[in-house]
Design a protein around this ligand. Structure first.
Ligand code: UDP
Length: 324
């Protein structure tokens, strides 16, 4: 039959890939996006409702007219640095907007929510790989705003029968293997697209933030997960909730660590041209090593990453950036 799914933020990077995966699995995504950062042309697998998540009336109308069964929520400001200089902007949109969206969903009787959370809820890692039981001590308003929404979801579960999946992403990366959609942020701050754009001469030389970390090659280690693997986990989480499953809070990563230098080398290898790069000081707040423990997601969702090796991530991202 397929579920009617309201995808808030479905015109953005992860949201659009999830819409494609939903449609492939026989579901019906309805995108709700203000297009403040999302891209109209990324909405290809269902209708677009152009509205802000804070517009409770518009959300309510969309839920009613499309007979929505579940909500997936990707709509958020995502720049950690900006959240440090404009905290209220992040709390207003990421928390306040989420409250309005959840209020409209609850009022319309929707009791299934998949929420886009982040590894930034953990703060400085005390152990690596990081399990979901790790303390949550965000070190920026972005991570705090996401953790606050997780807490709200937990109360709605306890008190009002909401069932949710809070999915804590590590480094989302790569592009649709068919090159229909890819990563395009403005401003772009993420390593993989910046390295590709530098190699293509479309961005300045890459700054490698720190070569003096206590890691094998001195650069920082992150856990890169292909956006198609992320999308697959979202569909599995939705189907788990739709089948009556309990709420979940899960890490989503590839489950292994890759250094900045290894990413740069992979871009040069895949692209067949050098990546202009130089070393720069560490970026404040960047820990040396962040890697997800993904055992819980594997077990709860019968899921495992299939596209998250670095060559596949870089190859699909390169193909999207150089598409005709
Ligand atoms: N990074 C870098 N140069 C850049 C952007 C990022 O060296 O221009 C590094 C960053 O310090 C981190 C890794 O690449 O160690 C991944 O950063 P990104 O911003 O892509 O994601 P984050 O880990 O901050 O969520």
């Amino acid at each position: 039959m397929g579920l009617n799914v309201l995808v808030a933020g479905g015109a953005g990077y992860v949201g659009a890939h999830v819409c494609k995966a939903l449609a492939r699995a026989g579901h019906h995504p309805v995108v709700l996006d203000s297009l403040a950062h999302g891209h109209r042309e990324a909405v290809r697998w269902g209708p677009l409702v152009e509205a802000d998540i804070a517009d409770r009336a518009a959300v309510g109308r969309a839920i009613g007219s499309h007979r929505i069964d579940a909500v997936m929520h990707f709509a958020a400001w995502i720049f950690v640095g900006e959240s440090m200089t404009s905290p209220l902007k992040y709390f207003a949109n990421n928390l306040g907007g989420s409250l309005a969206l959840l209020d409209a969903a609850m009022a319309a009787g929707v009791r299934r929510v998949v929420f886009s959370s982040t590894a930034a809820v953990y703060g400085e890692p005390r152990q690596v790989p990081i399990p979901e039981s790790h303390p949550t001590e965000p070190i920026n308003p972005y991570g705090e705003s996401k953790l606050m929404v997780e807490r709200v979801l937990r109360w709605l579960d306890r008190q009002q029968g909401l069932r949710f999946a809070a999915l804590r992403y590590f480094n989302a990366s790569g592009a649709d293997p068919d090159a229909e959609i890819g990563e395009r942020h403005d401003p772009e701050t993420h390593l993989v697209p910046l390295a590709i754009l530098a190699a293509l001469g479309k961005a300045p030389a890459l700054n490698i933030f720190g070569d003096d970390y206590d890691t094998p090659d001195g650069t920082a280690i992150r856990d890169y997960i292909h956006v198609a693997d992320l999308a697959g986990a979202h569909v599995a989480a939705l189907e788990h909730l739709a089948a009556g499953g309990a709420s979940l809070t899960l890490n989503l990563g590839g489950g292994s660590g890759t250094s900045v230098r290894e990413i740069v080398d992979a871009v040069a290898r895949v692209g067949g041209r050098p990546v202009p790069a130089s070393f720069a000081p560490r970026r404040p707040g960047d820990p040396p090593r962040l890697v997800a423990d993904i055992a819980a997601a594997r077990a709860a969702l019968a899921w495992s990453p299939r596209h998250s090796d670095i060559d596949t991530i870089v190859r699909t991202a390169w193909a999207w950036h150089t598409r005709g």
